[in-house]
Each structure stands twice: as C-alpha cells, then as structure tokens.
Design a protein around this ligand. Structure first.
Ligand SMILES: Nc1ncnc2c1ncn2[C@@H]1O[C@H](COP(=O)(O)OP(=O)(O)OP(=O)(O)O)[C@@H](O)[C@H]1O
Length: 590
C-alpha cells in the first residue's frame, strides 16, 4: 500500500495517455493560432484589393479545415486526459475501499462514518478535477500564452507585445499567494462538508430515537449549525475567488487598453498594417482565457491538494490486525487442513481497549471443549461482547492468551479463524438485500434448500413464508421493516447457514419469546452435535442447560461451573436465578 500512497503512482499508470493528450492539445493550440492569421490575411487582401473572390474562398476553406482538425483534436485530448483522470479516481476509490476493509475495528471506532463517506465522494471528486481539467487547463494556458506571445512578436510587433503583456506579469506573483490561501480555505471547506455529512447520517440513522424523544427541533438546530458552518466555509472560498477573478479581468483590461492606444498609434504611423492590428487585438483576446484559466487551475490544484492530503490519511493508516501466517503456510503446518475443530482456551486473558484504561477483562482462564456449550452471563458492561470480539480477533490480544485447537489465534489466518466462527452480533445488522441473500451472506452456498433449512432452525421460516415475496423479500430501507425478534432470528439463520465449528450468540435470543427460544435452543442442540457454542445471555432460561456457565463481574471470572454447581454456590448466579424465577411466577399470575 505504501507505494500507492502517492498520486504520481496512479497518474504514472496512465502516463502515455497523458502524454498523447498533451501532444494533441499542443497541436490544437498551434493550429488555433492560424485562424486569426488567415482572417488577417483576408482583411489585408480585401483592403489592398489584392485578393479576389477566389482568394477569399480559399481562405475560408483553410479556416474550415483547421476548424475540423481542431474539433477532432479537442475530442481526443478530452478523452485521453479526462478519461485518465476518471480512471485514476476509480482506482483510488477501489484501493481506498480495499484498504478500509483491512483496517481494524479500532479505526472505525475512532473515525466518523460521515467523514469516511466524504473521502469517497467530495474529496475524490476534488482530486479528479485537479488531475484532469486542471492539468489540461494549465498546460493549455501555458502553451497558448507562449504561442500567442510568439505570434504577437513575429507576426505583429515586439514593442507592442512587451507593452501589452507587462500587466500580465502581476498575475504570476498573485497566483502563489492565492494558491496558499485557497488550499487553507478548501481544507476547512472539506472538513465542514464531512461534518455536515456526518450530521445527516447520524440524524437519519437515529431518526427513531429522535422522534421518540421529541428531539426534532434540537436536531434541526444542530443541523442548521452544521449547515451554516458549511455555508460559511464555502463563502470564504467564494469570497476569495470573487476577489481574485475580477482582478484578472482588470489586468487583462489594462492590456487591451495599451493595445488600443499604442497599437492604434503604430497603425496610424503605418508601422503595422490594419490587418495585423486587428490580428493583435484577437491575440490579446486569446490571452484572456489563459489568464482566467490560470486562476481556475490554481483553485483546482489547491482543492485537489487539500483533498488528497485527507485521502492520504486513510492510506497512511496501517492495519494492526493482519495475518502473521499465510494460508498456505498454515495449511502446510496443519498437513493440508485449514478447518478448525473448535476447542477454545483462554489462558490468563486480560484486555484493555486503551493501554491507559482499566482492563475490561482480567485473568480469564477456561477451556471450552470441542462440541460443548459455554454460556456467559454478567451485568451490562462486564465484558461479554469484548470476549466474543477477542475470539474473532477484532482486537489483538497478547500472544497465546486465546487458543483454538491449541493454536494461538494470532497464528491462525484471519480467513480461517473467522470462517470457523459463526457470530450473531448484538445489533443484528441486516443488509438492504433479500432475506435469502442476507441468510446466505457468509456462506459459500446460496442453495435454496440450505437457506430454508437454516431459517427453519432459527424459527424464522414461517414468518418469511408470510412475507409477500418470501425469501425474495427485500429488507431494510427500501423493503419490509422486520421486528426486533425477526431480525434476531434472521441473523441467527445467517450464522447457522455457515455451519461453522464455533457459534457465538451474543444476546441473540433476547427479543424472542421463551417458547421460540426453547425451540431454537433445541434445534441448536440437535443440529450442532460435536460443534462448539458460546451463548451470551441475560436470561437464565437461555443458558441453564449449557455445559459450563461463566459469570463475569467487572471483567473477572466471578463464578464458573454448571447450572447445578452454581446454584449450590449460592452466589451471583443463584441470586439471579431466584429473582428471575420470581419474575416468571409473577408474570404467570397476572
Ligand atoms: N470499542 C470500545 N472502546 C473502548 N471501550 C469499549 C469499547 N467497547 C466496549 N468498551 C467498554 O468495555 C466494557 C465492556 O463492554 P462489553 O460490550 O464487552 O460489555 P457487555 O458485557 O457485552 O455488555 P452488554 O451486556 O451491555 O452487551 C464497557 O465498559 C464498555 O464501555
């Protein structure tokens, strides 16, 4: 990735297209100059009566021919250069996404979604403008200026040219100052846009909470503030451009005035012909565009630089969770096998999300035999989900603290590790896709029978059959809205479909009624013979049949044993069991 960290790497891949584009542009610019010359020749010919109708027609044909070549040439350079810029944009976007996918949870915890989204849209757009239109504009402006100046000197008069271009020199000095100012203001503008995107994204994702707490007004105020900040930062850019652009016109206007006075004088004294004076005026007008273009280019380059610096910050981020052992090496070590059996060991595992913070888990020691079920119980925030995340290696642990089949999970390729674990996360995220595709999401197979079997085991099949398009029903923003329990069971079906040696249910039965819960647990028992299961739950009914139960208290192993031994201990588990029994009796009496 390091090599790709520079824009030149991408541009270099298309250097021949850039070179071809600029050569064609050069030819176009040179040919462009012949039109005023041909016009001048016709004017002079007509004035001196030395040119007849035939000469005029010939002159017009020459102009038309050049015009035709110009049209084709302009298409070609646009295609080569703008096309390359689009390709570079496409590649950076792909690489950035691929790089993001390698980054660990820590990065996503620390960076806002809106900010990341704006890298892919606004910032990449700015980069494209700086390597496409801005390159062309700059090159075109420089070439055209040099050629026009050349023509002015050779075809008209050196003294008049010098007089006319003196004011244009001011622009070069001003451009440097403007570039610095523009980059600073663009950086602020892009940041404001990121913040605004983030605000919108949070408000839309959290719309249910906002409405339930009647916070629409507060949300609108927060949005208005973000929007105002975005507008203010944009206005700062507009003000800068609005100040600089008219100044360019003033400078060009001075040149035109000088041409009129001094050029007019030279024509009157007969030092230059009227035709050449007219051509000179056209040349001066041809310089107006390069001057404005220089201003625009500086704007684009500054914006592109500011945006590319932001994009680079993503590429500079290094993945801290990666394979230490390649899949091939691992398979060689395991004598051709890449699948895990499912015996898990935690050996003195302690973990803190940040080094300076208090540990979230402390000295966890236990073994989950292959094919057994471990239940984890504990108050909220006691570290249950963290334990599941560490097993999935979403965060790194110290060496040899977690092993599967006796192998340190840090030595297992991520693909093998994560394919061996079917995880039902607490938030039950489903994609905006069909139910069938959601269930088949992590599996190699997308066979209908297997999807239905997984759905049956998760007790969601009957619900799905009631939907208008059954397994083809789209869920999410553009489709049906599933209930919490339906989402949970679809998410369980997705995990079961993987048929992995290890299954983790993170509070995955909290939104289903106790009857359904019982049926799902029975299905798991029947269908996952010989496979390991970890169930995280708050309800004793969910976990009482587990082979071992771990009670976590502030990250420590407070109690560990079977349902019966824990009841005998008369500790946290027994206390919770009695409370939940009492609750059930009260509910039954109501
Ligand atoms: N990404 C994170 N960065 C920093 N701290 C975190 C992070 N995720 C969780 N924590 C902290 O770690 C502790 C344990 O969180 P965890 O999610 O593991 O608890 P839990 O037992 O699963 O809780 P619950 O039953 O509510 O899901 C909490 O104090 C939480 O604030």
């Amino acid at each position: 990735m390091k090599q790709k960290n520079t824009l030149f790497y991408y541009i270099g891949k298309y250097k021949w297209k850039y070179i071809a584009g600029t050569i064609i542009l050069l030819v176009v610019d040179i040919l462009n100059l012949y039109i005023p010359q041909f016009t001048g020749e016709i004017t002079d010919g007509l004035q001196s009566h030395s040119m007849g109708m035939e000469g005029v027609v010939q002159g017009i044909i020459k102009i038309l021919l050049v015009g035709l070549i110009l049209t084709v040439g302009r298409f070609c350079w646009r295609y080569f250069i703008f096309g390359s810029a689009r390709r570079v944009e496409y590649e950076i976007r792909n690489d950035m996404f691929a790089h993001l996918e390698t980054l660990s949870m820590r990065y996503f915890n620390e960076n806002k979604t809106g900010e990341l989204m704006s890298y892919f849209t606004n910032d990449l757009n700015a980069v494209r403008m700086s390597i496409g239109p801005a390159v062309i504009t700059t090159f075109d402006a420089i070439i055209l200026t040099v050629l026009v100046l050349g023509k002015m000197i050779t075809h008209v008069d050196l003294r008049l040219t010098i007089m006319a271009v003196i004011p244009l020199g001011i622009i070069a000095g001003g451009g440097i100052w403007y570039g610095k100012q523009a980059e600073k203001r663009f950086r602020e503008k892009q940041q404001a846009f990121s913040d605004l995107t983030d605000q919108v994204q949070e408000s839309i994702s959290g719309v249910r909470v906002i409405k339930a707490f009647v916070q629409e007004r507060k949300e609108m105020q927060a949005f208005a503030k973000s929007n105002k900040n975005n507008k203010d930062k944009n206005m700062k850019v507009v003000k800068l451009q609005a100040t600089v652009m008219p100044l360019l016109d003033v400078v060009v206007g001075f040149s035109s005035l000088i041409t009129l006075f001094y050029g007019g004088y030279l024509t009157m004294t007969g030092e230059i012909s009227l035709g050449r004076f007219i051509a000179f005026n056209q040349y001066i007008n041809m310089l107006v565009w390069p001057m404005i273009a220089v201003g625009d280019s500086i704007t684009f380059f500054s914006q592109g630089r500011a945006s590319y610096k932001r994009i680079q910050s993503v590429f500079k981020e290094e993945a801290d969770i990666f394979d230490k052992v390649s899949l091939e090496e691992f398979m060689k070590e395991q004598e051709g096998k890449s699948d895990l059996q499912g015996e898990i060991q935690f050996k003195g595992l302690s973990f803190a999300y940040n080094k300076q913070d208090k540990p979230v888990l402390e000295d966890i020691n236990l073994t989950v035999e292959k094919g057994s079920t471990l239940a984890i119980l504990g108050r909220t925030g006691s570290g249950k989900t963290t334990l599941a995340n560490l097993l999935l290696r979403m965060y790194n642990t110290e060496h040899n603290r977690i092993t599967i089949d006796g192998i340190d999970i840090r030595e297992i390729p991520l693909k093998v590790l994560r394919e061996s674990i079917a995880y039902v996360p607490q938030d039950n995220f489903l994609f905006s896709d069909t139910l069938g595709n959601n269930i088949a999401f992590g599996s190699e197979s997308d066979k209908k029978e297997q999807i239905e079997e997984a759905a049956k085991q998760a007790c969601i099949h009957d619900n799905i059959m009631d939907f208008p398009f059954q397994y083809e029903t789209i869920v999410g923003e553009r489709g049906v809205t599933l209930s919490g329990g339906q989402k949970q069971r679809s998410s369980i079906a997705r995990a079961l479909m993987k048929e992995a040696p290890i299954l983790i249910l993170d509070d995955a039965l909290s939104a289903v009624d106790t009857d359904t819960e019982e049926r799902i647990l029975k299905n798991l028992k029947d269908n996952r013979q010989g496979k390991t299961t970890i169930i995280i739950a708050h309800r004793i009914s969910t976990i009482q049949n587990a082979d071992q139960i771990l009670v976590l208290e502030e990250g420590k192993m407070a109690e560990y044993g079977t349902h019966d031994t824990l009841l005998e201990r008369e500790g946290i588990y027994a206390d919770l069991y009695r409370k939940q029994q009492l609750e059930r009796q009260l509910v039954a009496q109501e």
